[in-house]
Design a binder for this molecule. Sequence first.
Ligand SMILES: Nc1nc2c(c(=O)[nH]1)N[C@H]1C(S)=C(S)[C@@H](COP(=O)(O)O)O[C@H]1N2
Ligand SMILES: [Mo]
Length: 150
Amino acid sequence: MDTVPALPSPLRIDADGTTTVDGATLADLPTVERDLTVICASGDLEPGTWTGVAMLDLLELATVPPETTHLLVEAADGYRVCVPIEAALGGLLAFARDGESFTVAGGYESRFVASGVKGPRTVKNVARLETVALSPGEHPESYEELWPDD
Ligand SMILES: Nc1nc2c(c(=O)[nH]1)N[C@H]1C(S)=C(S)[C@@H](COP(=O)(O)O)O[C@H]1N2
Ligand SMILES: [Mo]
């Protein structure tokens, strides 16, 4: 399967400096498969085998400051989530689920998925990642742009 799709535009990582990840760089990263269950907004469990590149490998292309607590994952449409960095690092920038490419099955190129990250935070068409250091009193939700899809 040709897993890594041609992205409409390069992926941007804002960490310690800005890194631009083009399609060729993305395609050079190892492709992995992971079984992850996404918890839908409704509470339903959606198990699946996801194929993509490890967020850890992707973020290793940038310099992640040691004080990072959360990762902002932003879509081309402005949708944005803020998830704990440990959860994000264990996740995938996925391109397919159960062997079906999103471009074919869903009409989008990529999707951020991670264990413990619920359905509404599985951002589609990821365009930008940003590492942030939140102080203990700060609410991750205040960094988010979540839209109901129904
Ligand atoms: N870029 C982007 N990603 C998004 C959304 C969105 O509006 N924009 N909606 C989220 C919500 S609220 C849900 S429940 C799921 C829906 O995924 P599905 O279409 O596979 O059910 O995608 C999430 N990812
Ligand atoms: Mo949703």
